[in-house]
Design a protein around this ligand. Structure first.
Ligand code: AMP
Length: 502
């Protein structure tokens, strides 16, 4: 019987002796991974997982966890990975919302999760970062034979909770078709083959490290150097064995800060890919100057998988996220009227295609609000597009600042501040202002202690209209970021919330 995602991504090489995963402690072939998948799938069925049941996991990155993903799909379940940074109380919210049949956590959080698990009558198993735990204990004794449970293209494969910068976190429902179509499109666009070895240092609770990376490599029969997390040192150690790398922008800025990251160290690499947060044009240019290679930037989100990409062959434009991927319909519309804007004008990105999720778990109203009547998903990302279709993202709609009734796109002000010598990066936010509604605040990271607030004010004076100029500027040592490298503007807004309201 057919299982759309398992067959489309994992089945082709299931019997191959080719290396699938390379770790510091050894190599796991496709056939070994497949045997592990089958053993875990048998455990899930024994735990009562029926088609459509959720399997929730909050555990440190491990090969077993990746096999748990493949096993959940093969057993007909719905995979629900949770960010390792969530506290037990936060995890409780997700568990109550998704009502999983099986919950897998590390031994250290077992006690904290046990009562939540009991309340849901779920089976609680453990999985530790050294691959030990009760899941593994049971899997060792389970059979290596398992026939995939039938699942259709439209059946649910995963629920991924969005990071929820405003309001409650929402569970994005991803179906089998979403994942197979996106892996196929990315394979073609980025020219991946069985010869590729991907340096994998991303977390696997997020769409980037889990679906973009692992589905793609499994589909083509390539290998992954699978490391617990990113560090410059480990990246430099393993890069000689890799052909490709996927990273968030901070991976690249940190590598560039190390002089051992040279053109010699990267000459053999076929492709460097960046996504999940904006890659500054400056980083793109520095990378080219250092290595002679151009980072390929792409854009996606949990709800949509990947939407746009710069090309493999062809022009990779710094500061842009490239063009819509084949099969993805992208339009940019006016936030108020919903009508398409002219080329070069800023609006909100809306998308339609096989990659777009089914809706938010248990939130019919939120789902309805997020789609237009003609089926387009409203991303909330503000952008403009040039005549060749290259998209430049200027920020989230929620980050748009409205001061005295006028719109300010934070990216425009940030890009100018970043031009100043001594500025490492900046974040521009709007906070409540008693006269203007919102006032512009710039939070700036500097490398040069002599740079003064006055110099920044002076620099901006003739470059942008007065209403766009910050009413307050703060120097900080770093910006708050999540594990995917995204600046947490909501946190900054909270920090400076009362600045102008008194
Ligand atoms: P997530 O759902 O956590 O993957 O976050 C998705 C959001 O990340 C998107 O809606 C964008 O705001 C942002 N994002 C992803 N890739 C890029 C990129 N290349 N440039 C700018 N923003 C990006």
């Amino acid at each position: 019987m057919a299982n759309y995602l398992y067959d489309g991504v994992f089945a082709t090489f299931a019997k191959s002796s080719k290396p699938f995963i390379i770790t510091p402690s050894g190599t796991i072939s496709y056939s070994e991974f497949s045997a592990q998948t089958n053993r875990i799938a048998n455990c899930l069925i024994a735990a009562g997982v029926a088609p459509g049941d959720r399997v929730a996991v909050q555990a440190e990155k491990s090969v077993t966890q990746l096999a748990l993903y493949a096993a959940t799909i093969k057993a007909g379940g719905v995979y629900l990975p949770l960010n390792t940074a969530y506290t037990p109380l936060e995890v409780d919210y997700f568990l109550k919302d998704a009502k999983p049949t099986v919950i897998v956590v590390s031994q250290t959080s077992q006690e904290a999760i046990a009562s939540f698990s009991r309340a849901l009558k779920a089976v609680l198993l453990t999985l530790n970062k050294d691959e030990t735990g009760t899941l593994q204990d049971q899997a060792i004794d389970a059979s290596e034979q398992f026939d995939a449970v039938a699942r259709d293209s439209e059946d649910l494969a995963a629920i991924l909770y969005t990071s929820g910068t405003t309001g409650r976190s929402k569970g994005a429902q991803i179906c089998h078709r979403n994942l197979v179509s996106n892996a196929q499109v990315l394979t073609d666009t980025w020219q991946f083959s069985g010869d590729d070895i991907l340096l994998h240092m991303l977390p696997i609770y997020h769409t980037h490290g889990l679906f973009v990376a692992c589905n793609l490599l499994a589909m083509v029969g390539g290998s992954m150097i699978f490391l617990p997390k990113f560090s410059v040192e480990t990246a430099l150690t393993w890069i000689p064995q890799a052909t490709t790398m996927m990273g968030v922008p901070t991976f690249y800025t940190r590598l560039l800060d190390d002089e051992k990251f040279t053109s010699e160290a990267t000459a053999h690499m076929r492709l460097f890919i960046s996504g999940s947060a904006p890659l500054l044009a400056e980083t793109h240019n520095r990378f080219e100057a250092r290595t002679g290679q151009l980072i390929l930037e792409r854009y996606g989100m949990t709800e949509t998988n990947m939407n746009t990409s710069n090309p493999c062959d062809g022009v990779r434009l710094a500061g842009t996220v490239g063009q819509a991927l084949p099969g993805v319909d992208l339009r940019i519309v006016d936030a108020q009227t919903g009508k398409p804007v002219h080329t070069g004008e800023i609006g909100i990105i809306e998308l339609k295609g096989d990659n777009i999720f089914l809706g938010y778990w248990g939130m019919a109203e939120k789902t309805a609000e997020s789609f237009r009547e003609d089926g387009y998903f409203i991303t909330g990302d503000m952008a403009h597009q040039d005549k060749n279709g290259y998209v430049t993202i200027v920020g989230r709609d929620k980050d748009l600042i409205i001061s005295g009734g006028l719109n300010i796109y934070p990216k425009e002000v940030e890009a100018l501040i970043d031009e100043l010598d001594g500025v490492v990066e900046s974040a521009v936010i709007g906070v409540a202002h008693k006269d203007y509604g919102e006032g512009v605040v710039a939070v700036v990271v500097t490398a040069d202690k002599t740079l003064s607030l006055e110099q920044i004010t002076e620099f901006l004076k003739d470059k942008i209209a007065k209403f766009k100029q910050p009413k307050a500027i703060f120097f900080v040592t770093s910006l708050p970021r999540n594990a995917m490298g995204k600046v947490q503007k909501a946190d900054l807004r909270k920090t400076y919330a009362n600045l102008f309201s008194a």
